[in-house]
Ligand binder design. Structure first.
Ligand code: S3P
Length: 433
């Protein structure tokens, strides 16, 4: 790395080794938030090292919950819960780059008897919040945005009433936000999704002792339930593992082992798609930890084929599409992504960012309003790329660079720390030149 935010990636011939992937970001956010409103002290091992999760912990601290990192070797996070009623913050809650922090914490803040303000960085300030403002307002909270549905937000919490909410977008953040608010509501709150999204909110609520019923695409929670502290090991983040799996897919004969990875079926569709595309995948040591399925992934590179991703698959793979797209030109059949309008409102416009970087590497790509089509059998060359301030774009193109001709420079590479601070070190440890 030449400075804090520029990195040079050289071509590799293979990848081989074991990577210990940090704790899942989605689960870590939810654990920290629910632990804050639980009774007793929770302890989390392998809590995500992501900057996004540090944003959640900072917010939780400003709400009166004095979490700390334990002194023992594994540096577990200890969160002394203060029960359902948090302390009114004396300053703005800075959610940094984290949409999850802002959207899910809003659900809890909507039920508090005080006003709070939430802000974020430039990227988060461009992201849509109407999707949580609408249901929380229906429940009785007052939410103001001076920016037409974008951050900063001002939330005047108070007594909430239960709703039956049918979101237009398939979003697990929205579902968790409304279910968390449902804890503070009078009656039974239901979220009925258009497509089933990741269910870490429901699983975490149950782990903390709440009853959450799920039937089909509807999740229900009755308000007034008390949460109780837990001790949990956070499984390795499958969305972070995806980068190494795609690296293995690039080189026939490569072999990597990823122990303790989240295998929750609402996230693991990625493995089916990678197998369809030719990656050899075996999962061993399956077990359940606090209701979440965990296993060790063994992956072997073979022939890399193409595929198409659409509908519910696009929603299930929304965080992995940047890396799948970045390595698609090297496949024999290419990649088509449809129904991915949401990709345009992530940490960056991920369709535009992928297209810009692939073109700089000499690839052909057809950009569409809600997706892209990338032909296969292309040869890419090293280039000067931009992360667009987006962690997944920085990491996706580090993987694409492994098979390019010549060196690739990625500006703004420190964005990777938003979800995976040790990413480049771990990548270096498995890439052989
Ligand atoms: C997340 C849900 C997804 C995903 C994000 C994490 C979560 O966002 O892209 O990285 O933890 O619930 P949406 O809810 O906006 O689809």
């Amino acid at each position: 790395m030449s400075d804090d935010s520029t990195i040079v990636v050289r071509p590799a011939h293979s990848v081989r080794g074991v990577v210990r992937i940090p704790g899942d970001k989605s689960i870590s956010h939810r654990y920290a938030m629910l632990a804050a409103i639980a009774e007793g002290t929770s302890r989390f091992h392998n809590f995500s090292a992501a900057r996004d999760c540090a944003s959640t912990l900072d917010c939780v601290a400003k709400l009166g919950c004095e979490w700390k990192r334990s002194n023992d070797a594994d540096g577990a996070i200890e969160v002394p819960g203060i029960g359902p009623r948090l302390k009114a913050p004396t300053e703005t809650l800075d959610c940094g780059n984290s949409g999850s922090t802002m959207r899910m914490l809003s659900g809890i803040l909507a039920g508090q008897p005080f006003t709070s303000e939430l802000c974020g960085d430039d990227s988060l300030s461009r992201r849509p919040m109407a999707r949580i403002m609408t249901p929380l307002s229906e429940m009785g909270a007052k939410i103001l945005s001076s920016e037409g549905g974008r951050p900063p937000l001002k939330i005047q919490g108070g007594p909430l009433k239960a709703i039956h909410y049918m979101p237009e977008v398939a979003s697990a953040q929205v579902k968790s936000c409304v279910l968390f608010a449902g804890l503070f509501a009078d009656g039974e709150t239901v979220v009925e999704e258009p497509i089933r999204t990741r269910d870490h909110g429901e699983i975490a609520l149950r782990a903390f002792g709440a009853e959450v019923e799920r039937k089909g695409n509807a999740s229900r929670i009755v308000g007034g339930q008390r949460l109780h502290a837990i001790e949990a090991h956070v499984p390795g983040d499958l969305s972070s593992a995806a980068f190494f799996l795609c690296a293995a897919a690039l080189f026939p004969g490569s072999q990597i082992t990823l122990p303790g990875i989240l295998m929750n079926p609402t996230r693991a569709r990625l493995l089916d798609i990678l197998m369809q595309m030719g990656l050899g995948v075996a999962v061993a040591h399956l077990e359940s930890q606090q209701g979440e399925l965990v296993g060790t992934i063994e992956a072997r590179g073979a022939e890399w084929k193409g595929t198409a991703i659409a509908g519910a698959d696009t929603a299930a793979l929304i965080d992995e599409i940047p890396v799948l797209a970045a390595v698609a030109p090297y496949s024999s059949g290419g990649l088509e992504v449809r129904d991915g309008k949401e990709l345009r409102v992530k940490e960056s416009d991920r369709i535009a960012a992928v297209a810009a970087n692939l073109r700089k590497m000499g690839a052909e790509i057809e950009e569409r309003p809600d997706g892209m089509k990338i032909p296969g059998n292309q040869r890419l060359h090293g280039a000067e790329l931009d992360s667009f301030g987006d962690h997944r774009i920085a990491m996706a193109f580090a993987i694409a660079a492994l098979r390019a001709e010549g060196e690739t420079t990625i500006h703004g590479a420190d964005a990777a720390g938003v979800s995976y601070p040790a990413f480049f070190r771990d990548l270096e440890s498995i890439a052989t030149s």
